[in-house]
Design a protein around this ligand. Structure first.
Ligand code: SAM
Length: 346
């Protein structure tokens, strides 16, 4: 009566139903320092030892560790004294704070901020707008005023967003040959993860991180070493203040924050400032033209609804915005990773 496909439906349903439980288990193990402790201990530890080191209950920790085993974030070995746990390669690489590819800060931003906004997803769909008022009691009239509602929140955002470039930065910067562009402005360049990738791949380039003054201050103090002469800074509001001339402007995860009108305002201003022969590199996660996916881009687009004013777009939608601002020779490169690249020329 029922096909094999039918039999999979409950499986899919339960998997979706439990999606947030999975996220929360990973966030909690990260937050408590499970993966850091197991990395430091260079061997396996019992749940009692882990609970004692991390100051948690034994009963809670044992269940958390077992769930991490189920998620393949930990491995377990049964010894005569009981169960002993160790990190998997995935956890060592991405979930420990000290790894160069650590996603710890990204996960913490999801756990402490994004998760709270998503509590109001139904309201966001009803209202068609972000949910800062409900989630945090702050007005979202000024989007980045709401996102940066405290210094602590801004720093969490900066660490959280920067983490991804240690995994995806090289692919987007290498998607096109950017070597002809030497004077580069990373507009909304934030903590500078992408700027670092850019100067390391293109030895003749200099990158100026253009961002709001308080972001630039923190980027200088905490993220970009002062001896890095090829990264400079420019404090400004790209909607209100002048944008200096450059060979290339990078806009990474900027347009997805804004509705079409604001995108056009920024692109038109940038086009005027751009050197003839120069260009713009958009770095975004791209939706398929036929609306079939990719799922990550669709999820991020929902996140833009609860957290920002924009949405994720298709290559055609971005190309239309670039063309309307004056850019030509628009090329799209899908990297096969989370973020893709679009280059437009003046
Ligand atoms: N490009 C970075 C990345 O992909 O990691 C950061 C992207 S984040 C979504 C948006 C960035 O734009 C933040 O660094 C924010 O401070 C900056 N930003 C927002 N509004 C701005 C404005 N009016 N002028 C300058 N920078 C702005």
């Amino acid at each position: 009566m029922s096909s094999t496909e039918d039999l999979d439906y409950p499986q899919i349903l339960f998997q979706y139903n439990n999606g947030f439980l999975v996220s929360k288990i990973m966030f909690t193990a990260c937050e408590l320092g499970v993966f850091d402790l197991l990395l430091e201990s260079e061997g396996s530890l019992s749940s009692d030892a882990i609970a004692e080191h991390l100051g948690t209950s034994v009963s809670g920790m044992e269940r958390l560790l077992d769930a991490c085993v189920g998620l393949k974030l930990l491995e377990v070995e049964m010894k005569s004294e009981g169960a002993f746990y160790r990190n998997t390669e995935l956890s060592n690489l991405y979930l420990t704070k000290s790894s160069p590819k650590s996603q710890y800060h990204n996960l913490m931003y999801y756990s402490k901020t994004v998760y709270l906004c998503w509590h109001y997803l139904t309201d966001a769909v009803r209202d068609g707008k972000n949910q800062y008022e409900r989630a945090f009691g702050v007005s979202s009239k000024d989007l980045f005023g709401a996102l940066y509602r405290s210094e602590e929140e801004m720093i969490k955002f900066m660490y959280g967003l920067n983490a991804i470039w240690s995994i995806c930065g090289r692919d987007v910067i290498a998607a096109f040959d950017l070597s002809p562009f030497t004077v580069i402005y990373d507009l909304g360049g934030c903590a500078g993860g992408l700027a670092q990738e850019c100067i390391s791949l293109y030895p003749k380039s200099t990158v100026t991180i253009y961002d709001l003054p308080k972001v630039v201050q923190v980027a200088k103090e905490r993220f970009v070493p002062p001896e890095e002469r090829r990264i400079t800074f420019h404090e400004g509001d790209f909607f209100k203040d002048p944008i200096p001339e450059a060979d290339l402007y990078i806009l990474a995860r900027i347009l997805h924050d804004w509705a079409d009108g604001k995108c056009m305002q920024l692109l038109t201003k940038m086009y005027k400032a751009c050197k003839p022969g120069g260009g713009v590199l958009l770095v975004e996660t791209l939706l398929n033209e036929d609306k079939t996916g990719p799922l990550e881009a669709q999820l991020y687009s929902m996140n833009m609804l609860v957290q920002a004013e924009g949405k994720e777009r298709t290559p055609t939608e971005y190309s239309k915005l670039l063309a309307a601002a004056g850019f030509r020779e628009i090329q799209v490169k899908k990297t096969g990773k989370l973020y893709d690249a679009i280059l437009g020329r003046k």
